[in-house]
Write a new protein. Structure first.
Length: 59
């Protein structure tokens, strides 16, 4: 199962909080070991973990 984490703060520069965002994303490591990503902008930080699910009937 995929997982998402993030935060928004219009009064703070969140690009300086990338380490916190990466640590939050690490807590989701069991949800999706196949792919991960982090997006950081001045007022928003987002991260995700993705698990690739393949339908065994189709393959």
């Amino acid at each position: 199962m995929c997982g998402f984490v993030g935060f928004v703060d219009y009064k703070k520069d969140l690009t300086k909080e990338k380490t916190i965002l990466e640590n939050m994303n690490q807590t989701l490591s069991k949800r999706g070991p196949d792919e991960c990503g982090v997006y950081s902008a001045p007022h928003v930080g987002l991260a995700h973990r993705r698990l690739i699910v393949i339908d065994p009937v189709r393959w």
